[in-house]
Design a protein around this ligand. Structure first.
Ligand SMILES: [Zn+2]
Ligand SMILES: [Zn+2]
Length: 387
């Protein structure tokens, strides 16, 4: 099964949908127009059920096969949200909303899953049920988490779930995937180091939080270099260092540090959290200061299930001829919440030689649409073959 002919026919229509979404980007949970477009199309395609308002602005469509005797139910998920970036592509369908753009290709993901839904509702050439999932707020809001929290998996009886993301640098029409940890957990921390402010010329009368906080930053680097197993990837980045005074001659009262933690396994995630909570307290104390740590657990690691990964790769190979092995990335992805609830897999699809995602000159490559749609359809038709 190479690219399905039907998707070559549908390409102009799906491209039009994609460019309309591109022109009208919406951020986080505010995907009101986008969700409306998705809902309207799913109804027009003749989905058996269309449900809105899951995870606030998420939309779900249910398509039953010619038979449902297998009892199988597969979830296919796309993300709908854009980013707070000012577009610089110069395309004639560029964002009409200043300061918002589809810089991660979620316009393409949504359009491709709509294309697959149209085809699957037309043909129904499978034995089982497919649930197409359109989620808001992938870029930091946890829309996937919210849809799961609304009971989506149980409500629709989803047994397995599949996701896809375009990948700049990978040739158009090609795919890459890996079993196990694929993308990182993305936790965040804030550390407030409190000293005692004073005159910049009289350090002996003050407790300098700048020196204490500087040592906290350095000590945190020992988590990766000395506590973590060197063959496993962990990132600890302190990304903000802000003192309570901007003056040249004042020792400030306090310093606030912020940063991000990236880990690929639950074990490393726990280890890093413990260290982030304990090291600053001990280091600050050594300088007579105090540290308060606030730890925010964000997206979990995206971990592909072995069996579903092998299957997803075989479908990709049937579309593209072969499927590459993806590299792990320390970026995060909130499809991870769905993979915590159900077995499944997350695949990367080539976007060709484009600017990287989250860049103001990035654009989703419409030439990738037939391959992406064919992969979605293949997942359904090959996992739940018609009798
Ligand atoms: Zn993104
Ligand atoms: Zn994305």
């Amino acid at each position: 099964m190479p690219v399905k002919n039907r998707f070559a026919e549908l390409l102009p229509e799906i491209t039009e949908w994609r460019r309309d979404l591109h022109e009208n980007p919406e951020i986080l949970f505010d995907t009101f127009r986008t969700s409306g477009v998705v809902e309207e199309k799913l109804k027009a395609f003749g989905c058996d059920e269309v449900v809105t308002g899951l995870g606030r602005t998420g939309v779900v469509g249910v398509i039953k096969g010619k038979s449902t005797a297998s009892g199988k139910v597969i979830g296919l998920r796309a993300d709908m949200d854009a980013l707070p970036i000012h577009e610089q592509t110069g395309v004639d369908y560029a964002s009409k909303t200043p300061g918002a753009m589809h810089a991660c290709g979620h316009d393409g993901h949504t359009a491709m899953l709509l294309g697959a839904a149209k085809y699957l509702a037309e043909t129904r050439n499978f034995d089982g049920t497919v649930v197409v999932i359109f989620q808001p707020a992938e870029e930091g809001g946890g829309g996937g988490r919210e849809m799961c929290a609304d009971g989506m998996m149980d409500r629709f009886g989803i047994q397995e779930v599949y996701g896809l993301h375009n990948w700049p640098g990978l040739p158009v029409g090609q795919f890459a995937i890996r079993p196990g940890p694929t993308m990182a957990a993305t936790d965040e921390f804030t550390i407030v180091v409190k000293g005692k402010g004073g005159h910049g010329a009289k350090p002996h009368l003050a407790i300098d939080p700048v020196v204490a906080a500087s040592n906290v930053v350095l000590a945190l680097q020992s988590i990766v270099s000395r506590t973590n197993d060197p063959v496993e990837a962990v990132v600890v980045s302190v990304t903000s260092f802000e003192t309570s005074s901007k003056a040249y001659n004042v020792i400030p009262d306090s310093v606030e540090l912020r940063g991000t933690i990236r880990t690929l396994t639950p074990e490393n995630r726990k280890m890093t959290e413990e260290k982030i909570k304990s090291i600053p307290v001990a280091v600050a104390q050594a300088y007579g200061a105090e540290a308060q740590v606030t730890y925010h657990s964000n997206y979990p690691p995206t971990i592909n299930s072995p069996e579903q990964t092998e299957f997803a790769a075989s479908v990709a190979a049937s579309v593209a001829g072969s499927c590459g092995e993806a590299e792990m990335t320390m970026g995060g992805e909130d499809f991870s919440y769905m993979l915590e609830e159900r077995p499944g897999a997350y695949i990367f699809m080539g976007n060709g030689d484009s600017a990287d995602v989250h860049h103001p000159k990035y654009n989703f490559n419409d030439e990738a649409i037939p391959a992406g749609c064919s992969w979605w359809a293949g997942i359904v038709e090959q996992r739940m073959p018609a009798a």
